[in-house]
Ligand binder design. Sequence first.
Ligand code: PMP
Length: 404
Amino acid sequence: MIDVERIRRDFPILGREVYGKPLVYLDNAATTQKPQCVIDAISEAYCNENANVHRGIHFLSQQATDMMESARDKVRQFIGAGSTEEIIFTRGTTESINLLASSFAQAFLREGDEVLISGMEHHSNIVPWQIQAQRYGFRIRIIPVTDLGELDMDAFKALLNPKTKLVSITHVSNVLGTVNPVLEIISQAHSHGIPVAVDGAQSVPHIKVNVQELGADFYAFSGHKIYGPTGIGVLYGRKGLLEKMPPYQGGGEMIKKVTFEKTTYNELPYKFEAGTPDYIGSIALAIALDYVQGIGMDAIAGYENELCKYAIDRLNDIPGMRIIGNASDRSAVISFLVGDIHPSDMGTLLDRLGIAVRTGHHCAEPLMDRYGILGTVRASFSFYNTKAEVDALVAGIERVRLMF
Ligand code: PMP
């Protein structure tokens, strides 16, 4: 059970007002707010434990290194990975997928090969592949999205062929809220010997993820979307694949030995972590993961699902409401349009009522094209949101609708 009033007290920002109105924060898919324990962890680390990691023999450097490495182990345990060698710290999902695309393409992709993505990908899981496709000449193919906002699984199966070298797919759509059947996708792909990468930016904060149970070969997520700090993220990769992939960037920490003639690279995961890492970010991310585990991922998913169902029922009572994405398995992200009100007008007027939603294409322009729209209004929920906040959203939309 979620005690939402108690939980809300952990998040200082939720007590503030905007334009003299209580903040109703419904932009959690863009970033989540931070509990006091995460804010304190950052402050504490800079006050008491700050020194550059890995290179120092002095006390503070050792301590910071130990804390970063135990944060890595926390991440490993949180997503059910087998080894910390498979946990690479990055700046976020975007950097994780850029690293993957760059190194995987260099190791494995050639002209004539195919990488399969879907029609509901965030630009972060489209553009990095396009950049590498220009370099290596492989082809990007697209799994179509149905009217309901689900992946067309028959089309997916038909697209798998001997040229397919990787499937890279989002677990949860940041626009439609669809939870994709990644377990089935992975088992289908694996039956053809094809590895699968999963964009977990919108899944890890909301549902229990176990990369080994899923069988994922790569899995990416961002710290700031799971109540952690900005600037830290994770790429999980299967050791056997990471070992065959070249480094993404060169510099400090990713080397074993450097001479002007030849450089040998460090072992995993350091081979992929050039330069001073955001060790404070890793430490605070681990605190955020402890925090959500303290609430419980099953309790979080249950509460958010109930809130989402309530919101959908209430929104559907509004005349002219069109919800984009009605998948049978969904997460607490709701995109909608009301009559012919422009999403940015709706968003701006809701903002004046203290309600923070996101409007626009949500970095998924091909998906907007699929539905023949320019953008949507998006409300996205967390376990700290309440039914009263959903009611405020509905009342706000009604008010805006009557103005038009
Ligand atoms: N993928 C998805 C599905 C997302 O929702 C986002 C963030 N909107 C990203 C990737 C990119 O995440 P970040 O900006 O944290 O790198």
